[in-house]
Design a protein around this ligand. Structure first.
Ligand SMILES: [Zn+2]
Ligand SMILES: [Zn+2]
Length: 329
């Protein structure tokens, strides 16, 4: 007779390892971030550093190009600690970002190293990846948490902040600089081309953009150049317009054609506090106009014609309902 408890999955699911995290460790893609969280915990417990590396986002603060040293440090942690129990306290997800709050009951060198962390996950290339973590309680081993919060929670359609005219930014303080940095991280994590402060619950006149690289540059650079705009103003717009499809991180899964000025001249303050004047055309101009609307409480769906808007109405209602039910991020 064998002791079946021996084969219980270390992730505390109560299931057998074979029926729980083993298939994931052998290549099955996690269905959601909670499952990934569990399988990462059991990978730490079972000393499977390759799995940890495979499921870490390339822009995670823990990501290391030196895979050999990284693997060794994970292994050292796995062997030095006892992974007593995992408790999932909260799990929220949308299409691209998910959070899992958990308590990991760990003993290290005979001392209790239990900690509670809120982890951020991102859906990238068809699978969930661990992105970063914020320590909520206890003292986390450096290896499994960063103590930093890099991704900001988004405000979704129906949130009144998206309809407010935002306030001008006064002095450019360290807080403003930190917010700009977190907004860039959030925009990148969500694969956005732009993100305005009201979309991350700050009603101030600031936004960040990362237009796609120009076609002739696209092969060299996967990502376009980031810009931070503070107290921006459009000082001139071309009468020439063009139409192209837009989407918005605050209105997931909804797209529509919007007509925008082809070329604009803008004035803004940069992060160093310098006033700048620039002219944009094409996508950079379109993105600027979309983000600039956000700080005036305008959304791209406001430009759709009556018919198109009516078609979207059930989707928008549904989205709003989710938010009021508290099922948003
Ligand atoms: Zn498991
Ligand atoms: Zn938007």
């Amino acid at each position: 007779m064998t002791d079946t408890r021996k084969n219980l999955c270390p992730c505390s699911s109560g299931k057998l390892y074979e029926e729980c995290c083993k298939p994931l460790h052998e290549g099955k893609v996690a269905e959601n971030a909670e499952q990934l969280m569990r399988s990462r915990f059991s990978a730490y417990a079972l000393n499977l550093p390759k799995y940890i590396i495979k499921t870490t986002h390339p822009s995670s603060p823990q990501y290391s190009k030196n895979k050999f040293a990284w693997k060794r440090s994970i292994s050292q942690f796995s062997t030095a600690a006892t992974f007593d129990k995992l408790e999932i306290l909260d799990f929220k997800e949308n299409k691209m970002v998910a959070t899992v709050t958990f308590t990991a009951y760990i003993t290290q060198d005979d001392a209790d190293s239990t900690f509670t962390e809120k982890s951020y996950f991102e859906f990238l290339g068809g699978r969930w990846l661990y992105r970063s973590g914020r320590l909520e309680e206890g003292h986390a081993p450096n290896l499994v948490t960063t103590g930093q919060l890099k991704l900001l929670p988004l405000a979704y359609y129906g949130d009144p902040i998206l309809r407010k005219v935002a306030d001008p930014v006064g002095e450019i303080t360290d807080e403003i600089r930190a917010l700009a940095e977190e907004m860039i991280e959030t925009m990148d994590a969500c694969d956005g081309l732009g993100l305005a402060a009201p979309q991350v619950h700050h009603s101030i006149r600031m936004f960040v953009t990362r237009p796609p690289p120009a076609e002739d540059e696209a092969e060299k650079h996967a990502l376009g150049e980031v810009k931070v705009f503070i107290n921006p103003k459009i000082t001139a717009s071309s009468s020439e317009t063009w139409r192209a499809e837009e989407g918005c991180l605050s209105i997931p899964a909804i797209h529509g054609d919007v007509k925008r000025a082809h070329e604009i001249t803008v004035e803004y303050t940069d992060l160093e506090g310098k006033t700048k004047t620039e002219t944009f055309s094409g996508w950079p101009a379109k993105i600027f106009q979309h983000e600039n609307d956000h700080i005036d409480g305008i959304l791209f769906i406001d430009y759709l014609d009556v018919q198109e808007r009516q078609k979207l109405e059930p989707l928008l209602k549904n989205l709003e309902k989710h938010i009021h039910d508290g099922t948003e991020m």
